[in-house]
Design a protein around this ligand. Structure first.
Ligand SMILES: [Zn+2]
Ligand SMILES: [Zn+2]
Length: 426
């Protein structure tokens, strides 16, 4: 006799979440609300694969970013088999742009607003509050002209999506990185401002000062945070045109009553942003308070080998929304339960269940031939409001006993009358 096999304990991967019905009901409800809002704003919805060539993200977000340095989740087996470097997508924007370029969407229409939802992945070891698999709702507005009216429209859409998702107490943080030349100037300004603090920065930031100084601003180390906070630099990096555009954007937002705060330290962790960047934060979230973020990225499409076309977009974190959403979402309950005595007329009961479902009424029954009492208890436990009883008397009369569980009233009806009754109650 061989030893019984020892199986590893069954458990989910750390940093992933199983959604049970109650959580999923809310997830789906919020997704639907976001979708309806996106449609109001003229978006088309797309659904792209979770697998993508790693180079799409490396080229888009830059080599020296946290995403590329440690966060990309590689599909190792696929890499070994096809010699292709495949990643589970860490974010949506670069992928949407890959799709846009590959399908030459600019030749079909000059302006696209694309809405997407789906899971995103992070390769590094999950820490507190950071998941390995998480979900985004995102929009990219690609083409048209490089106008702040589109920026305002995208910010308004993000805010409205959060309104529809039941997120309260939120603020838009807003900054402008400026055009490419301004961004270079911003980087230089920051380098100069950080020079006196070289000995006090964390080792990561010491490296970042040389490779990508803007990233120092996002450092989570306390000491670095204090240094950054004390720096005095505002919008001096902006050229006249970009400063004027930024002022225009603020005016548009004021005119549509979107509350915002200017935040000169908002630079976003990705290389591809130019001009407008924004983040939406909620005081309901605590220290990690961003619920979504976005910005303009006028050079990304050409960087990925596409035409020189401006774009702006955002992504919202679904898990963060779920955490603070004030929406109360009803759980699904079936309309009617078909009961009987043990296994008497069980086939007739099943035929009735099938008939009800075909008519668009959700119905179920006991499959285990239990007593009528046990079946009633099961229906009550699930909060089912109506029960149909099919027993000797009913079969003889050619009718069905229809019972309203809320007022305990019952009457003999035929199946068409039951349908009419249930539909009128809905
Ligand atoms: Zn500029
Ligand atoms: Zn640091």
């Amino acid at each position: 006799m061989s030893e019984p096999k020892q199986f590893k304990k069954c458990q989910a991967i750390r940093g992933t979440t199983d959604f049970a019905q109650d959580v999923l009901s809310k997830f789906n409800f919020i997704t639907d609300k976001a979708r309806q809002t996106a449609l109001l704003y003229g978006c088309e919805e797309i659904n792209l694969p979770v697998l993508e060539d790693t180079s799409v993200f490396v080229r888009a977000v830059g080599e020296v970013t946290d995403i590329v340095e440690k966060q990309i989740f590689k599909a190792v087996r696929a890499v070994a088999e096809s010699k292709q470097d495949i990643a589970l997508r860490p974010e949506g924007t670069a992928q949407v742009i890959r799709y846009y370029i590959e399908n030459a969407l600019n030749k079909k229409k000059p302006f696209h607003k694309l809405f997407y939802t789906g899971p995103m992945f992070r390769g590094e070891r999950p820490q507190k509050g950071r998941l390995r698999q998480f979900h985004h709702l995102g929009v990219e507005a690609i083409g048209g002209t490089d106008t702040v009216l589109i920026d305002a429209d995208i910010i308004a859409l993000a805010v409205n999506m959060l309104d529809a998702s039941g997120v309260k107490n939120k603020t838009v943080k807003l900054n402008s990185l400026g055009c490419h030349a301004d961004k270079v100037r911003l980087t230089e300004n920051l380098k100069t401002a950080l020079a006196p603090y070289k000995d006090e920065l964390c080792p990561d930031c010491l490296r970042r000062v040389l490779t990508n100084p803007l990233r120092v601003i996002d450092c989570k180390e306390k000491k670095c945070r204090e240094i950054i906070k004390a720096l005095d630099f505002k919008d001096s990096h902006l050229c006249v045109k970009c400063k004027d555009e930024f002022d225009k954007l603020k005016n548009v937002l004021r005119s549509i009553e979107i509350a915002f705060e200017y935040d000169p330290f908002l630079v976003r962790g990705l290389d591809y942003y130019t001009n407008t960047v924004f983040e939406i934060v909620s005081s309901d979230l605590g220290s990690q308070d961003a619920v979504g973020a976005g910005g303009r990225y006028n050079n990304l499409i050409s960087n990925l080998g596409g035409p020189n076309i401006p774009a702006v977009g955002f992504a919202l974190g679904m898990e963060r929304i779920m955490l603070i959403s004030k929406l109360k979402v009803a759980q699904p309950v079936i309309d009617i339960y078909v009961a009987g005595h043990n296994d008497n007329y069980i086939n007739e009961r099943y035929a009735l269940v099938k008939f009800l479902r075909n008519e668009g009424v959700s119905a179920d029954m006991d499959y285990c031939s239990r007593s009528l009492k046990a079946q009633f208890r099961a229906a009550q436990k699930q909060d089912i409001k109506y029960i149909a009883v099919l027993g000797d008397d009913e079969i003889k009369a050619g009718k069905i006993m229809f019972r309203d569980m809320m007022n305990s009233k019952q009457e003999m009806l035929d199946k068409v009358e039951i349908i009419k009754r249930l539909i009128s109650f809905k």
